[in-house]
Write a protein of this length. Sequence first.
Length: 277
Amino acid sequence: MHDLHALHRPLGSTGLLVSPLGLGTVKLGRDQGVKYPNGFTIPDDHEARRLLDLARELGINLLDTAPAYGISEQRLGPLLRGQRQDWVIVSKVGEEFDNGLSHFDFSKAHTRRSVERSLKRLETDYIDLVLVHSNGDDLSILRDEAVYETLAELKQAGLVRGFGFSGKTVEGGLQALEHGDCAMVTYNLGEQQELPVLDYAARHAKGILIKKALASGHICLESGVDPVRASFELIFAHPGVGSAIVGTINPLHLAHNVAMAAEVIMGTTIGNTAQGE
């Protein structure tokens, strides 16, 4: 099995069914201020469409974007015309990226304006999941309540199907899940500090998306061990994980990641079934 069509799973109790790998789209919209080991060229529309078509063929239905990803949202709108029902779209609020610099705004007014702008850019009347793009001061953002309250109102109005938090601390992740639907956390071979957030999500049927699953392309292991396999074995062994976001724009890498994820998940499932008998 080399695709993910049969492996879609619930994202906590959001009601969303997601592929175990999602496609990150920062590289469709921004090449400044990104933490990748090698430079890259932003794909043109033809290349971007081929990448999205391949992702869909391979059973990926989850797309991760954000206003802070340069022109990613503006490009996805036209590229996804006629395909809205095929995709679970995750976007963000809170971080803006202008002239090579990030700035943050978690106010009620900006949150509402940001979601309305994302809806226009993505040419859709709802976004499946909106996450707060934290600046690292997770607890202060959540304590203020403005951004979460606004997202809850937008969910009530049907403009957003679920909301949550992309943070940087265990405390932030736990608090975010208590009052939201999903957390996006860093979890990879080199960084596992946010494991308690995954554990909490598994116990309380909350959604978890993994960012930096492959450490933004920096992973490197001793020879003889496939670092992608080792990464996916770690991630998909945890019952709290809904999906891991990979940001490749290389079709071969994407196909390899999908095949490896399918192999690891099927192996895990078979192993777990065998243990249960």
